[in-house]
Design a protein around this ligand. Structure first.
Ligand SMILES: [Fe+2]
Length: 309
């Protein structure tokens, strides 16, 4: 199945908003199994609706240390120097928190159209990594072994933002684009070209690493793997930011487009899912023994889907 054939699981805003509902649990399952979910039916689109959903249904947004409020806001700006705020330009596929202000990228990204319309692009990074591994196993291994150099000035990179920033933060990283666990399984993709800086790879590694990197980026933006999703006022897209890369199609956003969103930690998402699963166990929450707790943890380690077994 190519990306165009994939139907994004879709949920109702008011149903997901209830943190005790089946819809809420199914939405989180869709996030973790399929990589993303659409949430529709919000009638009062805007920052308040974003917070209502994030706080009520998913454990709350992660606050960026450089501003007072947790969500970001993207509004069209004439003469923007940052591609994020130039709404008609193509924005290439990336993960958010690629340079994490807290040390670890957030697991989930929630974006919401507060006004206007546009088209977002999504790519399953795990599917692309699988393809690269088939074509070039050595290159895949190099992308997983050697980090790429990157740096973000959290204030300068948001010079076009309508939001206020209360302090500076400049972070440098050298994380691998593909991150594997101890068994060799891919657990996270972490990449944003906007913040990449000159590479400091060993001289003999560079040609093979760069060839694999070039192919990975090409696949990310190929019609086979990139899915275009029309978005408009009221819609939300919740995605697994460790797996799905996102961007914006060029030339289609309305001039009144206002996009708001934020990130959610792995702990918040898993806490909500596990609470709902425990409530649905025979005997309820109190039935979980300490031995079972450890067993659940062992089974879940390294295999996200086993949480739901
Ligand atoms: Fe982004």
């Amino acid at each position: 199945m190519n990306a165009a054939q994939f139907e994004v699981p879709t949920f109702d805003y008011n149903e997901v908003l209830d943190p005790t509902s089946e819809a809420n649990l199914r939405c989180i399952k869709a996030l973790l199994y399929h990589g993303g979910a659409m949430i529709e039916g919000c009638e009062d689109a805007g920052e308040e609706a974003l917070h209502r959903l994030a706080d009520g249904a998913f454990g709350g947004l992660q606050k960026d240390p450089t501003r007072d409020i947790a969500n970001w806001k993207i509004v069209k700006k004439e003469g923007a120097t940052s591609v994020s705020y130039d709404h008609l330009k193509r924005l290439n596929q990336h993960t958010d928190s690629s340079i994490p202000p807290h040390g670890l990228p957030a697991l989930a990204l929630l974006m919401h159209y507060a006004e206007g319309s546009g088209t977002n692009t999504f790519t399953d990074g795990f599917a692309v990594a699988r393809q690269l591994k088939l074509e070039d196993p050595e290159g895949y291994a190099l992308l997983a072994k050697y980090g790429y150099d990157a740096e973000r000035d959290f204030v300068a990179s948001r010079v076009d933002s309508p939001q206020l920033y209360n302090r500076g933060l400049i972070v440098s990283t050298q994380q691998p684009l593909l991150q594997l666990d101890d068994t060799g399984a891919l657990t996270r993709v972490q990449y944003n070209e906007v913040f990449r800086t000159p590479l400091t790879l060993p001289f003999d590694v560079f040609p093979k690493w760069y060839a694999a990197f070039d192919r990975f980026v090409e696949l990310l933006h190929s019609p086979e793997y990139e899915k275009k999703v029309p978005m408009q006022k009221g819609k939300f897209f919740l995605m697994n930011n460790w797996r799905v890369l996102h961007g914006r199609a060029g030339g289609v956003a309305s001039s009144d487009r206002v996009l708001v969103g934020g990130t959610i930690t792995r702990e918040s998402i898993y806490s909500q899912a596990r609470r709902l699963l425990r409530e649905r166990r025979s005997g309820g929450y109190a039935d979980v023994s300490q031995e079972e707790e450890l067993s659940i943890r062992r089974n879940a380690r390294g295999a996200e889907v086993k949480v739901f077994a």
